[in-house]
Write a protein that binds this ligand. Structure first.
Ligand SMILES: [Mg+2]
Length: 368
């Protein structure tokens, strides 16, 4: 069950997402030798093919489309065989809690939590994605025992306004804006400045501000579309847009990106995300925070008996962090999903309610 501290299901059952197969980021991940000019050429030259891929990708992220797959499978074979098979490969972290706790024994547990879809449900209006007081209590309890970080695509200030726990680490903008716990008076600007640990995309701030204004101008007329400025990245939410207009959303975003070849597009759950073309993602943020906590190095060596990072997330962008855990052969990656998905996570939880239960069990386990 364990290999150098990594909790995995048996090797023959492990499903690792194909790096290029169904990873739906556009343009493709930057490779050695690619310049931003080359990436720009790719975006423009691909034209209609890119548009078709975007639309397929946007539909694939739609809960309504995902809901249809199990229903169809059940109708054909009399049961949800696909789901059962997937659960064997990615068992419930609650059902396997004892195995996780055993693997973590003697190691320093460090908890990483995505926000949307993990601590809060996905809702129509992203500004209303609040977490419950019960969830906040669960996170507070975990943070009192283990270093705990929120890793989100959102602006750090926005996610802090939802979570409101000063004792946490916050990695906003997909990890491009990392802040440590605020131990002084939180309202003091100086204290906040001192607690900023890492901002690798600071030079992109003016460009992102410009692109935000351009996106608001281009997408603002499409009913239901919402552009969110996450400081070091931008989000175009289409969860409230009529599906017939998704193509228009993608086209307008592509128009804006023509002028900003140093920005790239990725996709989350019913959201298009525009980020700097630097190699920095949630996986990099995870590595940075582990290093900041004294657990750098691939073997996980560091203080105490080594680190046992637990990363919980629901989105494609969380796969970068799951991959880091697999590469380090450390800890446990947990995908939040009711439906089968390609993932590098070892375990699954169905929804934020199960995440809360898992966090509570972590607290109980550490107290006994
Ligand atoms: Mg999420």
């Amino acid at each position: 069950m364990t290999k150098q501290g990594l909790v995995v299901v048996p090797a023959e059952d492990v499903v690792v997402a194909a790096a290029g197969g169904r990873h739906l980021s556009f343009p493709p991940p930057r490779t050695a030798g690619d310049s931003w000019r080359k990436l720009a050429a790719q975006q423009i030259d691909l034209g209609a093919a890119v548009m078709g891929s975007w639309l397929d990708s946007m539909k694939a992220s739609s809960p309504r489309h995902r809901l249809m797959a199990p229903a169809v499978a059940a109708a054909v074979v009399g049961g949800d065989a696909e789901h059962d098979e997937w659960m064997e490969k990615h068992p419930s972290a609650l059902d396997r809690f004892e195995a996780v706790a055993a693997a973590a024994k003697g190691k320093r547990i460090i908890v990483f939590l995505d926000y949307d879809g993990t601590l809060s449900p996905i809702v129509e209006d992203p500004d209303r994605a609040v977490m419950t007081d019960e969830m906040r209590d669960a996170v507070r309890g975990v943070a009192a025992r283990f270093p705990t970080a929120i890793v989100s695509g959102r602006c750090r200030d926005k996610v802090f306004s939802f979570v409101r726990l000063a004792e946490l680490y916050y990695a906003g903008s997909h990890g491009m804006d990392i802040q440590g716990p605020i131990t002084k008076v939180t309202a003091e600007a100086e204290a906040e400045e001192e607690s900023v640990l890492c901002q690798p995309a600071r030079e992109f701030l003016p460009m992102i501000g410009e692109a935000y204004a351009a996106l608001v101008a281009k997408v603002g007329d499409i009913p239901g579309a919402k552009v969110e400025n996450n400081k070091f990245c931008l989000s175009v939410h289409f969860r409230c847009v009529d599906e017939k207009r998704w193509g228009a959303v993608a086209e307008q975003v592509r128009e804006v990106l023509r002028d900003y070849p140093r920005l790239r597009l990725t996709q989350g759950r019913k959201v298009l995300e525009i980020r700097p073309t630097i190699k920095w993602d949630k996986g990099q943020a995870l590595e940075f925070l582990l290093g900041a906590l004294g657990f750098s190095g691939e073997d996980g060596a560091g203080q105490d008996g080594g680190a046992f990072p637990i990363y919980i997330g629901d989105d494609r962008t969380d796969e970068d962090a799951f991959r880091v855990l697999r590469a380090r052969a450390q800890g446990a990656g947990i995908l939040v999903s009711r439906f089968p998905k390609d993932t590098c996570a070892s375990f699954s939880l169905r929804d934020p309610a199960e995440v809360k239960e898992f966090l509570r069990k972590l607290v109980t386990c550490s107290s006994t």
